[in-house]
Design a binder for this molecule. Structure first.
Ligand code: SF4
Ligand code: SF4
Length: 360
């Protein structure tokens, strides 16, 4: 077996070639120094003690499937593409790490999604990742924080899955993206696409990474996204469009009410007919799959402003989703959706909206 050089420059170029050959649209490198001062989930040593560097990369979603998804013509194509891209990115990270491990360079491929720290007060249910791909990607210049807090990349915007390989090798850090390549113009179409109100419309948060400050909209309770992106509910405030969720449970204004709202919706929605496809999430019982019903903030955010506006228009004109008895999802006009749910027997209606208990 030919030996892999341990020269930082050669290893860095090798990582880029390994990943771009398989379809990565952007690759960069962060080091302990360029991540210094970051939040706990930017700590490379949490996943690999003695780690010195991380390779960050992005793989784009299928754009045709995004079009069908946002316009509510087809749910399955993007859902399948989304889960498969996540598994592909995890596999690619493990592949590069395994290559280096076999050449005596201790490395770990971090899974793209769905891995949560067990050592926080609430354990897995705190949903704190082992490593934040976002922080690593921004420090490595793979993308920049958009106002949404998503990492936006030059070629594919936020419509990518991020991957990371953590290694004890010394690699050559890449620069964060220069000003001219950061396309976010604070158009707020991400905020307009979010039925949950996760992103604060006015306030911002910031993080320090390697002595640089990065800011984005303040995140309100993450349970907002759990409730909506988890598929339990999803009607926009104006009632004119929805996510792919057929649920109509209320979305509270107050962050403190979200945990209760989430538990109520989780229980009430359990008897809904199964939606085709889906995903076994570690926080869900093994008998219950979750479906991807939103992701709008990520999917509308294209680098081209005109395309971004077009995608947003597709979404807000796409109608309201209802579920058929066979589990399939269908987008209809808002008044028709209202009528369909109102005509359901009370026990069926309760799977989708809050039903007042009958008075005796
Ligand atoms: S949708 Fe607009 S405001 Fe939001 S992250 Fe993208 S470019 Fe920035
Ligand atoms: S995924 Fe959906 S619910 Fe979650 S923040 Fe983005 S737009 Fe909002």
């Amino acid at each position: 077996m030919a030996g892999q050089t341990h020269d930082p420059k050669a290893l860095s170029s090798f990582a880029e070639d390994f990943l771009t050959t398989q379809g990565a649209s952007a690759v960069g490198i962060a080091t302990k120094e360029t991540l210094a001062g970051g939040p706990p989930s930017s700590d490379l040593e949490y996943v690999l003690p003695g780690a010195k560097s991380a390779v960050s990369f992005a793989v784009p979603f299928d754009e045709d499937a995004i079009e069908l998804y946002l316009s509510k013509r087809d749910h399955g194509s993007h859902q399948r593409d989304n889960f498969r891209t996540n598994f592909f990115v995890s596999g690619l990270a493990v592949g590069l790490a395994d290559y280096w491990n076999q050449h005596g360079i201790p490395s770990v491929g971090v899974l793209a999604n769905g891995v949560y720290r067990a050592d926080t007060p609430g354990g897995m249910l705190d949903f704190r990742p082992d490593l934040s791909h976002r922080y690593v990607a921004v420090a490595a210049g793979v993308g920049w924080f958009g106002l949404s807090g998503n990492v936006i990349t030059q070629r594919h915007g936020a419509s990518v899955v991020l991957g990371t390989v953590v290694t004890r090798a010394e690699l050559v850090a890449s620069e964060p993206l220069p000003d001219e390549d950061r396309y976010c113009n604070e158009c707020k179409l991400c905020i307009g696409s979010c039925a949950s109100g996760l992103m604060h419309p006015k306030e911002k948060d910031s993080v320090q990474l390697g002595g640089q400050e990065f800011s984005y909209s303040k995140r309100r309770s993450y349970h907002r996204c759990d409730l909506v992106c988890g598929g339990f509910t999803g009607l926009a405030k104006n009632g004119k469009w929805s996510t792919w969720s057929p649920g109509r449970f209320p979305i509270p204004e107050d962050d403190a009410e979200f945990r209760g709202a989430l538990v109520d919706a989780l229980v009430a929605s359990a008897p809904r007919p199964a939606i085709e496809g889906g995903f076994h999430h570690p926080a869900m019982p093994p008998t219950r799959k979750i479906n991807m019903t939103c992701g709008n903030c990520q999917l509308v955010c294209h680098p081209d402003h005109e395309e971004r506006k077009r995608r947003y228009a597709l979404l807000v004109k796409s109608g309201v989703v209802v579920q058929n008895d066979d589990g399939s999802l269908e987008a209809v006009a808002p008044d028709i959706a209202k009528k369909r749910i109102a005509e359901m027997p009370a026990d069926q209606r309760a799977m989708y909206e809050k039903v007042a208990p009958e008075s005796s």
